[in-house]
Design a binder for this molecule. Structure first.
Ligand code: ADP
Ligand code: ADP
Length: 227
């Protein structure tokens, strides 16, 4: 089943001679449970695409469908709610809150949504990510790899339809990158999550079920399954 689709998606910056077609007429289709990597050189449009897929940035033209919902038909406020319910984000620099301990960082998105914390589920995630001993410590006492595992847990706790990761290993050495990616992959397969990840690292990209190649704002390969 298709969980994420873009239709003739475009994002242009500037005008006339300064016009930049950051994303130009892009169609991609991602299935439920798929792990997809988006690969391209710096400036090819990866971040622009991910931001639109995640509803963080509105397109110049075209549509993004998540679970069949045309997300940009929503007003900003509704879009923010949709995003919190349906999408989990993982960033290169973790974006943890320094004054909150690991447990509090992880359950934060649940609190924002006003739901009760399912402690068994949260503890299950924490255990699978090897953070059992770290629940009460502050993020700045953790290594980069551990901090990214906390960020992964935080992205999973709301059981989002899709997890979007922006260069999740961009700040980690290659051994730690492999460890974090193996864990992330096993977690999303365990919970049957869909993962879309940007990377410029071909080795990391090869861990995905499918690679979408992007060049100068256009998908050149892999936009749909078996392409
Ligand atoms: P990538 O993530 O692959 O490095 P980006 O999506 O960041 O690529 O950028 C794609 C293109 O759009 C680049 O040419 C970049 O300079 C341009 N761009 C991105 N954001 C803006 C912006 N806010 N204003 C103008 N140009 C932008
Ligand atoms: P109960 O509702 O059964 O009293 P607890 O409050 O004891 O549950 O917490 C259950 C689990 O959540 C335990 O594993 C505990 O370590 C963890 N936990 C709850 N709140 C925090 C917190 N602020 N910091 C760290 N761990 C927490």
């Amino acid at each position: 089943m298709s969980i994420l689709k873009t239709k003739s998606l475009k994002k242009y910056y500037g005008v006339e001679e300064n016009l930049v077609k950051a994303i130009d007429d892009t169609n991609i289709d991602i299935q439920e449970g798929e792990f997809v990597a988006i690969v391209g050189k710096s400036g090819s449009g990866k971040s622009t695409l991910l931001h639109m897929i995640g509803g963080l940035d509105r397109p110049t033209d075209g549509n993004v469908f998540i679970d069949g919902n045309d997300i940009f038909s929503l007003k900003d406020e509704q879009l923010a709610i949709f995003r919190r319910r349906k999408i989990g984000f993982i960033f290169q620099y973790y974006n943890l809150i320094p004054s909150l301990n690991v447990w509090e960082n992880i359950v934060l998105p649940i609190g924002l949504d006003g739901k009760d914390v399912d402690k068994n589920f949260v503890n299950d995630i924490i255990k699978s990510l090897g953070l059992d001993e770290k629940k009460e410590v502050l993020p700045n006492t953790l290594s980069g790899g551990q901090q990214q595992r906390v960020a992964i847990a935080r992205a999973l706790v709301t059981r989002p339809s899709i997890i979007l990761a922006d260069e999740p290993t961009g700040n980690l050495d290659s051994k730690t990158s492999d460890e974090v990616m193996s864990l992330l992959k096993s977690m999303i397969k365990k919970y049957n999550q869909t993962l879309v990840m940007i990377t410029h690292d071909e080795t990391i990209a090869q861990m995905a079920d499918r690679v979408i190649y992007i060049e100068d704002g256009k998908v050149i390969k892999g936009g749909v399954i078996n392409d």
